[in-house]
Design a protein around this ligand. Sequence first.
Ligand SMILES: *Cc1c(COP(=O)(O)O)cnc(C)c1O
Length: 366
Amino acid sequence: MKTWEKNIRKVIPYTPGEQPNQPDMIKLNTNENPYPPAPGVEKALRELETSSLRLYPDPTSGELVRAIAEVYGVEEEQVFVGVGSDDVLAMCFMTFFNSEKPILFPDITYSFYDVWAELLRIPYERPALDDRFHIVKEDYFRENGGIIFPNPNAPTGVEMPLGEIEEILRKNPDVIVIIDEAYVDFGAHSALPLIEKYDNLLVVQTFSKSRSLAGMRIGYAFGNPELIRFLNDVKYSFNSYTMNRTALAAGTASVRDQEYFRKICREIIDTREWTKGQLRKLGFEFQDSRSNFIFASHPDYPAKEIFEALREKHIYVRYFPKARIDNYLRITIGTRQEMETFVAFLETYMGKREETYGSNRTVVFE
Ligand SMILES: *Cc1c(COP(=O)(O)O)cnc(C)c1O
């Protein structure tokens, strides 16, 4: 080992889902939205003056913060924005998790949390989900240095009722509780109203899933003005200009079109419910998902084998080779047609269909 090596901050990085790029692929592996962003986004991008890019963007991200505050009915002082919710969450870890006591998050959850904790040397403990993949609220009633979990949880899709979240908040008045609502727009209940009642609550959301802007990188947090001020202090101590002009324009246009937003969320929810029915018919087992994915397992077909067979047909889902979940597939909800193709493949794979699954898949549905 070189002498300088002992002073290097080493970390085992988060592994993002694979980003394949085949023209005929069906991409159901990273929970992206199958629909394009709101029409206003294209207009905003077209109208963006290239010459304006020579100037720094507004460090306060004022227009985007204002738009989010108006649409969600909160004060601007209650909103923080960042480069995707990953950036917002990383800032939250840095700002709020500085105790000697361990922070708590579930054993099966978003796999970035332990990476940030390791990177920032934050002690943590991971209470196990129960055998139905539900978070056990009582596990969060003990002494801790902070709490974070997604609601609905990822990759399980299971929603914790707001009443239980409130119980966790009531038992933890001395630490910050972060609810990561990356998937809340697909039919779950947001903890946003609770920020008025609990000054230690932060609610984090993203434009990546329900607003079809994963490629633009916009995330945001709601909390009481004091928490938002602390977050901004850390942000300004790290990188003042997190949000670029393009993202500010696109994000503002997106959040101002609530009608389109509701329409595509509704579409995805309907397709999810249809897909649940099809998967059930094929013998898959899963907890009820309130997100834009289904986390499913089959008693007779190993998940890894299905994953690989799908992959060969350029249908990508997510497989996690991890304890407790290595026989599950996380299937993102695509368009209805994509899900029909996906289901048709499974039917053939499981021998429930006579005809072979052909390479010219569109023929089946047109
Ligand atoms: C996708 C996701 C995020 C991060 O999304 P961004 O693209 O960084 O906004 C955060 N938390 C969970 C649980 C997610 O699934």
